[in-house]
Design a protein around this ligand. Structure first.
Ligand code: URA
Length: 162
């Protein structure tokens, strides 16, 4: 994990890749560079947000985490959300969405909506949006991503988050 632990905005990805594994920080590789650009587009600096992943080690050969791994790590990420206590929680991609919202939803239908959720004592506004690694493979989806980013920008203004 990385960023300001006092941040009111938390982002959660999937799992570290090779670069993240080397540096011990989330989103420092190519997907991370795109994430930085996405945040910059709505005047957010990664130093002002808090970033973590569902799984905290790199799955062999970059495979997606299994249901068993997600289940094993779920208590840690939920506790992590409680400790950071963000006002806005951004879930990047379907792994984070399925882990924290449920397996019965699809990202194409769930992205771009605010969902009020409670994680222990943390009441937060959750938004699901596409993972930057997905956007690198499917650049046509960047227009949907931009809609979501503007929603985050507006929510941040409404909540008076600096
Ligand atoms: N992709 C993720 O989901 N998390 C990272 O930290 C890096 C790439």
């Amino acid at each position: 994990s990385d960023g300001n632990p006092k941040s009111k905005i938390m982002l959660i990805g999937e799992a570290p890749g090779a670069n993240e594994d080397d540096e011990g920080l989330p989103f420092v590789g190519r997907a991370g560079m795109l994430l930085d650009k996405m945040l910059a587009a709505i005047n957010l600096d990664r130093k002002k947000v808090y970033i973590s992943n569902i799984i905290n080690y790199r799955p062999p050969k970059n495979r997606r985490p299994t249901d068993e791994e997600i289940k094993r790590y779920l208590p840690f990420i939920t506790k992590h959300i409680e400790i950071i206590n963000p006002k806005i929680l951004i879930l990047l991609g379907s792994t984070a969405m399925n882990a924290l919202i449920g397996n019965d939803v699809v990202i194409s239908k769930m992205r771009g909506k605010w969902i009020e959720k409670e994680f222990g004592n943390c009441k937060t506004s959750v938004i699901i949006t596409f993972h930057p690694a997905f956007l690198m493979r499917q650049p046509a989806q960047k227009k949907m991503s931009w809609i979501d980013l503007k929603m985050i920008r507006d929510k941040k203004t409404n909540l008076k988050i600096k």
